[in-house]
Design a binder for this molecule. Structure first.
Ligand code: GLA
Length: 393
């Protein structure tokens, strides 16, 4: 049963009435373009079929009452949160995600009513596949609907605005210094396409990405690793990039082209050079991958994925043993390319494989994890799915 159906049914059981708004939003895989978003660069994500759904109805008081349906199918009721008292630090744990979104919408001047929410998530958590953003985006769309401002309009226009609100919730309320990639992907992606997004201009383009038509598949390898320095490591890299941009006299590293790279590196202290090299070459790889896909050559993206991984591992230094083992074992079994995806320090890798070789690649990855004494990974094939939207009850 879909997440949306389960959310609607659980809502009716709990509240004795049907929800008046039902929305869902997917997790994402970033095909390529990692750690480029907060450098004003390019990204190329696609949406996963795994979604988080939110069933909602207004309440007469000004209270936000979120609940989630657990894997055991029982409802976990979060704290009752008076809307007017929401402020960063006022709540913690999973309720900080819906609360942060309500806070960000309120701060943006949206006239929110109190709301009962039932949230059902099927995006693997802690896997670097944006489960928290799927939740935040679905909550944002449901609350906007209750506020009489349903975001059914042209996708690109509403994506940018809602993504910024969700980013504010994440940055200021949940306290994670992340960029705009994940929200934009969850809100803006379309089935059978990857979303080419230029963070600086806000322009986006749906790029046909039908790997199956080329006999290929994107295998997702959720390593189940989650290294504790992920938040500090992310913030450190981000600050390093900002410092380098300042030393180079540019607004963001997006402004450094491939041709200018060597000259730029000479101007920087040793420790910042690898960060800049990664960002500049990664932006180039995104543009090249987009050109490959436009030409219908999905296989050509493979080596670009692998080059991205090498750069993230050696220059940006955000990989980890589990991600490297995933990539190496997939490549050794014939994958056309493989890389870590998302912020790094754990989470998931992706491998572009020939569909008929997938069983061998899966076996090799599992065996390699076992040989290294690592917990068994979770593997699945990802087909580009639809972005966020309203669900039928
Ligand atoms: C995380 C962040 C994104 C982006 C990626 C790295 O997923 O949430 O904003 O910076 O890491 O590309």
């Amino acid at each position: 049963m879909s997440a949306a159906r389960r959310a609607a049914e659980a809502f009716a059981r709990e509240h004795g009435r049907a929800p008046s708004a039902l929305w869902s939003a997917p997790g994402r895989v970033n095909l390529i373009g990692e750690h480029t978003d907060y450098n004003d660069g390019f990204v190329l994500p696609f949406a996963l079929p795994h979604r988080t759904a939110v069933a909602a109805a207004p309440r007469a008081d000004r209270v936000l009452a979120p609940a989630t349906l657990g894997d055991d199918q029982s409802l976990h009721r979060g704290a009752q949160l008076p809307l007017d008292e929401l402020a960063p630090g006022s709540t913690s744990g999973w309720t900080s995600y819906p609360a942060g979104v309500a806070w960000a919408l309120r701060e943006a001047g949206v006239d929110l009513p109190g709301a009962d929410l039932v949230i059902v998530g099927e995006v693997p958590t802690g896997a670097g596949l944006s489960s928290s953003h799927a939740l935040e985006c679905a909550v944002a769309l449901a609350l906007l609907d209750l506020a009489g401002r349903p975001a059914d309009g042209p996708r690109a226009a509403r994506t940018a605005e809602v993504a910024r609100w969700v980013q504010r919730a994440e940055n200021e309320f949940a306290g994670a210094p992340t960029g705009i990639l994940d929200q934009t992907a969850s809100l803006g992606c379309a089935a059978e396409h990857a979303l080419f997004y230029d963070v600086r201009s806000g322009e986006s383009e749906q790029i046909p990405f039908d790997s199956r038509a080329s006999g290929l598949e994107v295998l997702v390898i959720d390593t189940r690793a989650n290294h504790s320095h992920s938040t500090s490591g992310y913030g450190d890299r981000r600050r390093g990039c900002e410092q380098a941009a300042e030393l180079l006299g540019v607004d963001a590293l997006r402004d450094v082209s491939g041709q200018e790279l060597d000259v730029a590196l000479d101007k920087l202290p040793e420790q910042l050079r690898p960060l800049v090299r990664h960002v500049v070459t990664e932006n180039e790889r995104v543009l090249a991958a987009v050109a490959d896909l436009r030409a219908g050559d999905v296989a050509a993206v493979g080596p670009r994925l692998t080059a991205s991984h090498t750069s993230l591992r050696d220059d940006y230094r955000v990989s980890c043993p589990e991600l490297d083992v995933s990539v190496e074992s997939a490549l050794a079994t014939g994958a056309l390319g493989a890389r870590m995806t998302g912020g790094g320090f754990g989470g998931s890798a992706i491998a572009l494989v020939h569909a008929d070789q997938r069983p061998q690649v899966e076996r090799a990855v599992r065996e390699s994890f076992a040989e290294h004494g690592m917990d068994s990974p979770r593997l699945f094939t990802a087909v580009p799915a639809a972005g966020a939207g309203r669900e039928q009850e």
